[in-house]
Design a protein around this ligand. Structure first.
Ligand SMILES: [Zn+2]
Length: 297
């Protein structure tokens, strides 16, 4: 199954909902960054959130950035998404290995530690919108739920999951088996009866990866969670891990260093290699290329 996101409404537009299947995106990120299982889970959850939150933006050029900074071994995670389903991201320390938590799950919360979640939305205004909250659990879904409550005053339920493959003896194999999530939001003035119906339903739902592993699609999942409330699926979007870096963009970054920096590089006499953190691509420039860039200044 290809990765995709659906948008839906329920309870006569009192609820808006998104659900995503993101296994390929998360497996691509794992391959690019060579992440350990716990780092894959952490990055994969934030990528999944970013994919859905990106789709929520209206403008063609809008850009969403999610930053987690934590005191745990992972250091931090950065995810950037546009409004067309393109998502990219990286984790500071991709090799971190931690024992499973007390529920036998990958210890994402322990790997992130106490810290902050920052949401930056560049929607073409003079200054990008920025909201920041303390992490409440470090499991990411709860932190994004908390962000919506505090920064956007939107009651939400966020579920994000990444399940790794296991082998015959139950050991983890470092490839992604399932990934996905959903975001359910209550619009202002939602009826109390609708709120309690949603809460009731959510309390009985297994993890999103359990549902995906049963073969459920994003449509099935929203029907499972909101079925009684009249789900109306309004849109479907493809989504993917995609970086928009290029040699030309990196050249612009080099030029922006200015004359003096470029001259210093030339005097050092060694090729310069710049790495795109998002997709781990190296861009190498020879001294003669740097001289050409200096000439363009
Ligand atoms: Zn890149």
């Amino acid at each position: 199954m290809e990765d995709y996101i659906i948008r839906a409404t329920a309870a006569d537009n009192q609820i808006r909902a998104f659900a995503a299947y993101t296994k390929n995106m998360v497996e691509t990120a794992r391959g690019i960054h060579n992440t350990s299982p716990v780092a894959t889970a952490a990055l994969g959850r934030l990528l999944t959130a970013g994919s859905m939150m990106g789709i929520m933006m209206k403008g063609d050029n809008d850009i969403l950035t999610l930053q987690i900074r934590g005191q745990g071994a992972l250091g931090g995670i950065v995810v950037t998404a546009d409004s067309k389903g393109n998502v990219k991201g990286y984790v500071n320390e991709p090799m971190v290995i931690l024992p499973a938590n007390d529920r036998g799950k990958l210890d994402v919360s322990g790997a992130i530690g106490p810290g902050t979640l920052t949401v930056i939305m560049d929607i073409g205004l003079k200054e990008p919108y920025q909201g920041q909250v303390e992490l409440v659990s470090g499991e990411i879904a709860e932190d994004i739920t908390y962000y919506y409550a505090v920064s956007e005053q939107t009651p939400s339920s966020v579920a994000l999951g990444v399940l790794m493959n296991g082998n015959d003896t139950g050991e983890l194999v470092n490839t992604v088996r399932q990934a996905g999530g959903f975001i359910i939001q209550l619009m202002p003035d939602t009826d109390e009866s609708v709120i309690s119906a949603v809460e009731n339903k959510l309390s009985g739902i297994s993890s999103v990866t359990t549902l995906l592993d049963r073969g459920m699609t994003p449509e099935d999942i929203l029907n499972e969670v909101l079925g009684d409330l009249g789900v109306c699926i309004t849109d479907r979007y493809d989504t993917r891990f995609k970086c928009n870096c290029s040699r030309e963009r990196v050249e612009k970054a080099l030029i922006s260093l200015g004359r003096k920096e470029l001259k210093d590089i030339i005097n050092d006499g060694e090729d310069v290699t710049l790495n795109c953190h998002f997709c781990n691509t190296d861009y190498t420039y020879s001294i003669s290329e740097i001289k050409e860039l200096l000439g363009e200044l």
